[in-house]
Structure formats: C-alpha cells, structure tokens
Design a protein around this ligand. Structure first.
Ligand code: ADP
Ligand code: ADP
Ligand code: ZN
Length: 214
C-alpha cells in the first residue's frame, strides 16, 4: 500500500502517518524528519536544507526528490510506505508518479487532513517534539506522561524552531501556494480521500482506517 498524506503544516500528518505505519506494517517516510536528522548530523544536505527550513520556505525540489528516491531504494519500501510531507509541490508529485510508473505502479491513496488555518496557528504553539527519536506531542491534545519528557525514549521535549508563530504563517502561505494544488492533482487521479482533521486524534485515525480497510 502506497499512501501520501496531504494537509497544512500541523494538520496531523505525522501523528496519523505513524499510526498508519504501525497498523499496516509499512515504513513512515517523513521528509521533514530526514532533513532534521541530516541537520543534526551536520551533513551537506542538512546544511543546505537548514537555510530554507528556518525561513519556512521549501527545500528545492531537486534536493528533495533525490533524497526521497534514495530512501525508496531501501529494502523496507518493497511493500509500500506512507509518505508524510512529500510531495509538497506539483513537480515533486510528477517526479513521484513518473518513478512509480516506471515500475508499473502508482499511489493508492492520498489522504487530505483538513484543518482551517486559524486552528493550525493555535495547534502549532503547543507542538513539542523529542530531540532524540522525533516523537511528537501536544501540550493539551496529546501530552506526554511526564511533562517535558518523551514517553518513548525519555529524552527532553523541545519546541521546533520553525514552529514559532511568524514562521508558521510563512509556512501556511507556502502551503496554500505550492502544496494545496496537490489536492486537485490527486483528485484527478481518483485517489483523493478527505478527512476532517479538527476532530480528536483517535477519531481522525478511525476515519482513515475506515478508508484504508474499505
Ligand atoms: P510539518 O510537520 O509542519 O508539515 P515538516 O516536518 O514536514 O513540517 O517540514 C518541515 C520543513 O522541512 C518544511 O517547512 C520545509 O522547509 C522542509 N520540507 C519538508 N518536506 C519537504 C518537501 N517535500 N519539499 C520541500 N521542503 C520540505
Ligand atoms: P503535521 O505532521 O501535519 O505537521 P503533527 O502530526 O506534527 O502535524 O501535529 C501537529 C500538532 O498537533 C502536534 O502537536 C500534535 O500532537 C497535534 N495534533 C495532531 N492531531 C491532532 C488532533 N486531531 N487534534 C489536536 N491536536 C492534534
Ligand atoms: Zn523520544
């Protein structure tokens, strides 16, 4: 099963993608996570990506597509994957479709998690992430058992530097300009599914499971 998660920054793509990956035993591939891992390791890719990420802009398509194709070549991708944060532009979506088409394959589902902008800005201020393992929490909607400490690995939780309100606003702008057109792109391919992302985390997941188990 090959799934693309669509939705604004903070819509809940990562949260749901992790749950999908667990339930359907497919890898969760988050381009944001891969960029952040590269930044932490100080690789050249990480240094290149950082400048864009700090500004709330997209990393150039060429770098991003190359990185994703590299990830696809790993063994665990044979039975599918859930893509979180990729594609984010029409050229990225086209590169993905073409790569899959070469193997006679295509995306099975594009799940759009719908959340209005006003809610996004509020939600982002409460997002906390684990520096070590990347687990995501929310101060109100999904708190860890011990405040400020990751349930999974015990490391400290931090706020992402691009989650400050000014950067969130630029990211939303970029989303509407460059990523939202993917909704029509996948609608035309007859794989688009919409879910209401304003509901409770578990309710959103149930709606997704209903679609995938149909
Ligand atoms: P969010 O979880 O808020 O949607 P991500 O972790 O997916 O954010 O992405 C963080 C940043 O990483 C983006 O603002 C962008 O700079 C960069 N990025 C992630 N995925 C892509 C992509 N597919 N194309 C270009 N830039 C990307
Ligand atoms: P994205 O990957 O789309 O940027 P995340 O999955 O990181 O989004 O979620 C953004 C923030 O909102 C996180 O703090 C997360 O815990 C929280 N969150 C996710 N889904 C919901 C939901 N349905 N209701 C309330 N908060 C949510
Ligand atoms: Zn952790």
């Amino acid at each position: 099963m090959k799934i693309v998660m669509l939705g604004a920054p903070g819509a809940g793509k990562g949260t749901q993608a992790k749950k999908i990956a667990e339930r359907y035993r497919i890898p969760h591939i988050s381009t944001g996570d891969i960029f952040r891992a590269n930044m932490k390791e100080g690789t050249e890719l990480g240094q290149q990506a950082k400048a864009y990420m700090d500004q709330g802009q997209l990393v150039p398509d060429e770098l991003t597509v190359h990185m994703v194709m590299d990830r696809f070549s790993k063994d665990d991708c044979k039975n599918g994957y859930v893509l979180d944060g990729f594609p984010r532009t029409i050229p990225q979506a086209e590169a993905l479709s073409e790569a899959l088409a070469q193997a006679g394959d295509s995306i099975d589902y594009a799940i759009d998690i719908e959340v209005p902008d006003e809610r996004i800005v509020k939600r982002m201020s409460g997002r906390r992430v684990c520096q070590k393992c990347g687990a995501t929490y929310h101060e109100v909607h999904h708190p860890p058992v011990r405040e400020g400490v990751c349930d999974v690995c015990g490391a400290d939780l931090v706020q992402r530097s691009d989650d400050k309100p000014e950067t969130v606003l630029s990211r939303l702008e970029v989303y509407h300009e460059q990523t939202q057109p993917l909704i029509d792109y996948y609608k035309e391919k007859n794989v688009l599914k919409r879910v209401d992302g304003t509901r409770d985390l578990e309710d959103v997941f149930q709606a997704i499971v209903d679609i995938l188990d149909e």
